[in-house]
Design a protein around this ligand. Sequence first.
Ligand SMILES: *Cc1c(COP(=O)(O)O)cnc(C)c1O
Length: 401
Amino acid sequence: MLKLDYHPSGRHFLQIPGPSPVPDRILRAMSLPTIDHRGPEFGALGLELLGKLKKVFKTEGPVVIYPASGTGAWEAALSNTLSPGDRVLMFETGHFATLWHKMARRLQLEPEFIGLPGYEGWRRGVQADMIEARLREDGAHEIQAVCVVHNETSTGVTSDIAAVRRAMDAAGHPALLLVDTISGLASADYRHDEWGVDVTISGSQKGLMLPPGISFNALSEKAIEASRHNRMPKSFWAWDEILEANRNGYWPYTPSTNLLYGLNEALDMLLEEGLDHVFARHQRWAAGVRTAVAAWGLDVQCLDPDVYSPVLTGVVMPDGIDADAVRKIIYERFDLSLGMGLGKAKGKMFRIGHLGDCNDLTLIATLGGCEAGMQLSGVPLAGSGVTAGLEYFAQHPLDAR
Ligand SMILES: *Cc1c(COP(=O)(O)O)cnc(C)c1O
């Protein structure tokens, strides 16, 4: 919110790539009275939503829910499958991959961080051939897990997870595959079982359109087997007691009841619309936003069109312009929040989220705030991104059903 001594009129434009705007239908579902988490009604709700959740992860296996942000689910994935001193191979796609790597070190793992060099390395996705080459060198199979970020939220790059699985298979390497799709799930196509992922990590406040506060691990049989023997201390995060209680729709401790009401509603909304339609909707929004960026004469952060993110777009500022100063003007003048450049991208770009409770016209308004804010900041623009974006949406009706 703007710092005013009165309540600003209209809705704040929350166009960061998570938390995303929450649909009213979900907020209303969450406003119902909190119930007894050991009572019969609760078990029915738990079973219903755990079943629907599998469809969104595209898995037949269990999905564990934590009352924690996505970072907790990262820790859960590592601490349930690995042991202190284990080697893990992580790929540096951007700031979130970097944070996960830092966590692995704090948990006394021995992560190896590979990637393309420098800031430019953050403008492309996971290079499956580099993973394959490294795994082929590891003839003794010391590497216990490969960790990659599906949708790198700091840059707007959605990596090809099926290609990572193919690379691991081609190298004949038995490592587990751990994938962070905290910001990808329910906006970008994702297939836990088909892609042979062992642990998928996700969160509530991005594509699932919920407020922050719950997060997920989807598990393969192989991951569950690893959790029975691994030696990293785990208690709150341990899958075994949660899976046991989940059989009847309960949790071993007090779950986030009202967020689970919201999750149940979000799952209904996604499944009613159909996941393919949801993905096509985000792809189209992303294409419209990229059309606007091109009309401004600016570059998007992602340099490889095959991995443009459907969830968010990074807009690179010309040399000599501080992207954070531009964002500040946009926020103060137009009540519009954009994502900041993180880590190596700090000050170089801003990020437009196109996920959650959006539509064509809220995105056009977002582009309007960006355009006017850049003009006020002295960013030289080649033309109107608002006009180009509107034309794109008008000429490309969404009809993927
Ligand atoms: C948001 C995000 C995280 C961190 O999740 P929190 O809920 O903030 O803990 C991790 N990875 C990615 C890719 C994200 O987008």
